[in-house]
Design a protein around this ligand. Structure first.
Ligand SMILES: Cc1ncc(COP(=O)(O)O)c(C=O)c1O
Length: 456
């Protein structure tokens, strides 16, 4: 009989995270003069135990038992097989997905939120500030802070704050204090609002506000947490791919031919794929595909350059694919994919030819999400629909080639708190948006004179 739900016992949960930073030569973060940034320069933003993780070159890092104790609420997550979609598509491919929608917040985000809140608490921090795009990260961090007795303040990108009230409710249930960004509470927010009072906001702006709020707290008990992009976030998410490997092994399935994830800042994609990137570096033939929106095509059209992680220019310069830190993407519904940059680790893997990025437009993604909902039965997050669009294309290709491929993807979250996007889609109220070259070039003008990565 076919296994549709491949479960892993709690006792088999991975006890170490995998650090791709041990395998890739990522360029260090630098200042404007091109000098590498040391740990001390980040000490006002992050707790030192997470900075150490950020800079670690150890391949394996132990997961503290107390973090696992919290993760057991939903982990190990199921690996499922999408047999109903396979049947509909008449594909010989076997499609597996790691179901991260089963977490309390409904996405992969708590995997890192719990870890970050725990390390902050260990370091004596009482308050955490953060940004959120779609709301999933803000909800996840509110959940983690509530369990660990910390205060959580969230700057939520304004367009999402208006489009997704249910995510706000979830943050409030877990005690999070959520405000729309840009806000009048920070210098970064006030400056943006003075220039453009109608701005939909962006993750870059919200990150700038949250960092400012953390570093300006004179008690020294506040730090900032980022839901994606940074090395330690990718690290925490690798539990997804490590579990998936054990689950495939438990049913004697072969190594996947294709691994897919949607990519905003890169964390769910990295979480599933990095253990397989390691296998690919060691000779396995695996196609690994990060998928992004046409409206925010960071790894498919941006240059590999040094740029700030936020619009307020408070982070060090990171070597990554970028659309420019001042870039404000169109208000597409996949709010978690509206980020101008990409994780330096994912970027380096793209640069080294280990990944094959692609982008899709909004309507194709909703069409794919609808097909998923009417075959597999679940309603995915708008971000996740990008991965599903690629899965469908690859499964159709396998049918045309009559090849029995194994395709695996990260089902990064459910869309049950995000039904307004589906509503608009069903009423014909959504459109596609492709970023014009002129807009991209003008956004990139600002980083033209920045230091350049040596392998650009
Ligand atoms: C459900 C879901 N998937 C994917 C993403 C994209 O983020 P990342 O690239 O860090 O996984 C988000 C971000 O908010 C999300 O909520």
């Amino acid at each position: 009989m076919i296994s549709r739900k491949i479960m892993l016992n709690e006792s088999d949960i991975p006890r170490q995270w995998f650090n791709l930073g041990a395998e890739l030569k990522v360029q260090p973060p630098v200042d404007m003069d091109g000098n590498p940034i040391g740990p001390d320069a980040l000490a006002k933003i992050f707790p030192m135990n997470l900075i150490e993780q950020e800079m670690s070159t150890e391949r394996w890092i132990d997961i503290p038992e107390e973090i696992l104790e919290i993760l057991y609420r939903w982990r190990p997550s199921p690996l499922r097989r999408a047999t109903y979609l396979e049947k509909y598509l008449k594909t010989p491919a076997r499609i597996y997905y790691k179901d991260e929608s089963v977490s309390p917040a409904g996405s992969h985000k708590p995997n890192s939120a719990v870890a970050q809140a725990w390390y902050n608490k260990q370091f004596g921090i009482k308050n955490i500030t953060t940004e959120t795009g779609a709301g999933q990260w803000g909800a996840a961090l509110s959940f983690a802070c509530k369990l660990l007795g910390l205060q959580c303040k969230i700057y939520m990108v304004r367009v999402s704050y208006e489009q997704k009230p249910a995510q706000r409710n979830l943050m409030n249930i877990w005690g999070g204090n959520c405000v729309p960004s840009p806000s009048m509470e920070t210098k970064v927010g006030r400056a943006i609002l003075a220039k453009n009072p109608e701005t939909p906001g962006s993750l870059g702006i919200a990150i700038g506000e949250a960092i400012e709020a953390a570093v300006s707290d004179e008690t020294g008990k506040t730090r900032y947490a980022l839901g994606s992009v940074l090395n330690h976030v990718m690290l925490h998410q690798t539990i997804i791919g490590l579990e998936a490997k054990k689950q495939l092994g438990s049913i004697n399935e072969k190594t996947p031919d294709i691994v897919i994830g949607c990519a905003g800042g890169g964390s769910n994609f990295a979480g599933l794929s990095f253990p397989f990137v390691y296998d690919k570096m060691n000779g396995d033939d695996i196609q690994i595909i990060p998928v992004e929106p046409d409206a925010c095509p960071t790894i498919t059209r941006g240059p590999f350059a040094y740029d700030y992680g936020d619009t307020g220019k408070q982070t060090p310069l990171l070597a990554m694919y970028t659309l420019g830190h001042a870039f404000v993407p169109q208000p597409i519904h996949a709010g978690g994919l509206r980020y101008h940059g990409m994780s330096p680790l994912v970027s380096q893997a793209v640069k080294e030819g280990l990944l094959e990025p692609r982008s899709y437009n909004q309507l194709k993604c909703y069409e794919s999400a609808m097909l998923w909902a009417t075959t597999e039965g679940t309603v995915c997050a708008p971000e996740t629909s990008h991965a599903i669009a690629a899965v469908i294309d690859e499964a159709v290709k396998a049918r045309e080639e009559q090849k029995e491929k194994v395709i695996m993807f990260c089902y990064s979250g459910h869309g049950l708190l995000d039904l307004s996007g589906y509503d608009k889609y069903l009423k014909g109220g959504l459109s596609n948006y492709r970023l014009p070259d002129e807009d991209l070039n003008s956004s990139l003008n600002e980083i033209e004179d920045y230091p350049k990565p040596s392998v650009s």
